[in-house]
Design a protein around this ligand. Structure first.
Ligand code: OSB
Ligand code: MG
Length: 371
């Protein structure tokens, strides 16, 4: 069965976060999310561009992604027979960077194809290794340590299987020590979002005594080689996030010993085709992976659930319940997490969740149809 997309609708929605989210590169109160709807024969596939509001996590941001989609990414796929969703990534492969913008469209076409075939997206991408997705949470930098301890307690009581704490210089060893004192046996990790340099190696080594599962992306966003220098100096395994934008980067990082774990984000690598390639490279090398998050709305969250059913997603990811982020999500039902800290995979076709178009309409601040 071929695909022939009649039109693509771009929408920007505004969604205020229930609680601000702070990383080493800044604080977010409200998300500006681009949704991509691809339509064929009256059936819609949905994608989400997972970039931030500012070009701080990587080079992408909401306004740039809109222009990229409109001028470069959407036109080549329109009104043209495509053998399968597998072929979409290639049509924008000449674009440097901007993988989240590319991935937003690519994921929408995977959803569309799954719906046309009437199969769940997880099955369509070759997943299905588990029906229960183990969940962790990512907790941002707080105004005080007591506030952080309180948040952690809430999430541990909710059943989440591991706690990730954002760190930056001045909010790291001192904070992790207090958390460990209070929670001696939880599975815990730290994410620095590139806030350190190799000159901080001795400082980062002080985290070893807290037996973290891993430290995520301590060094520069584009520097695999420095991570390869750092890893032998630490007992704590390094997990790469920002550095891994393709399967080739994963191969290089693994060959150099730059990490022992990789976080896969669907958008960061440009969609399902490349995410699966990264997954396969890691699996062959014995490197476990987990699914990262970008404060997604329900649509991106549903994609992440599907991705997390591939066999090598063996560690709890950052895919957690909708209600941690939004007072109301744009899908129905919302993503829910069980008291044992897992999301049950759904069997409906495509995303497995209904997209609430009426609510999306209410919170849309701009919309453009490309046909
Ligand atoms: O580095 O994993 C990250 C959020 C925005 C940008 C980067 C990151 C994050 C998170 C949040 O850690 C994960 C989530 O809860 O969606
Ligand atoms: Mg990260």
């Amino acid at each position: 069965m071929g695909i022939k997309i009649e039109k693509v609708v771009l929408r920007e929605i505004r969604l205020p976060l229930v609680h601000f989210f702070e990383t080493s590169f800044g604080r977010t109160y409200e998300r500006r999310i681009l949704l991509v709807e691809v339509v064929q024969d009256g059936i819609s596939g949905w994608g989400e561009v997972t970039c931030g509001e500012n070009p701080f996590y990587n080079e992408e941001w909401t306004d740039a992604a809109w222009l990229l989609l409109k001028h470069y990414i959407v036109p080549p796929v329109l009104k043209r027979p495509l053998p399968s969703a597998d072929c979409v990534a290639e049509l924008s492969a000449h674009i440097r960077g901007h993988r989240m913008a590319r991935g937003g469209l690519e994921a929408a076409v995977w959803d569309l194809e799954a719906r046309l075939k009437n199969v769940p997206l997880w099955k369509h991408i070759g997943g299905g290794a588990r029906k229960e997705i183990p969940c962790g949470v990512s907790i941002g930098i707080q105004d005080s340590i007591p506030q952080l301890l309180k948040k952690i307690e809430t999430e541990v009581n909710a059943g989440y299987q591991r706690i990730k704490i954002k760190i930056k210089p001045g909010w790291d060893v001192n904070v992790i020590r207090e958390v460990r004192k209070e929670f001696p046996s939880i599975k815990m990790m730290a994410d620095a979002n590139s806030a350190y340099t190799l000159a901080d190696a001795d400082h980062l080594r002080r985290l070893d005594e807290f037996y973290l599962m891993m430290i995520e992306q301590p060094l520069a966003h584009d520097d695999i080689i420095d991570h390869a220098q750092l890893q032998p100096k630490l007992e704590t395994p390094i997990c790469l996030d920002e550095c891994i934008r393709s399967a080739h980067h994963a191969e290089q990082a693994i060959a150099l010993g730059a990490c022992k774990i990789i976080n896969i984000k669907l958008g960061r690598v440009g969609g399902f085709l490349e995410a699966r390639r990264v997954h396969d490279v890691c699996k062959a090398a014995g490197i476990p992976v987990w699914c990262g998050g970008m404060l997604e709305s329900g649509i991106g969250r549903a994609h992440n659930v599907a991705l997390s059913t591939l066999p090598n997603f063996v560690l709890p990811g950052d895919v957690s319940a909708s209600k941690r982020y939004w007072s109301r999500d744009i899908i129905e039902p919302e993503v829910e997490v069980s008291p044992s800290g897992a999301i049950t995979v759904r069997d409906e076709a495509g995303l497995g969740y209904a997209v609430n178009s009426a609510y999306i309409k209410e919170i849309t601040v701009r919309e453009e149809t490309i046909d």
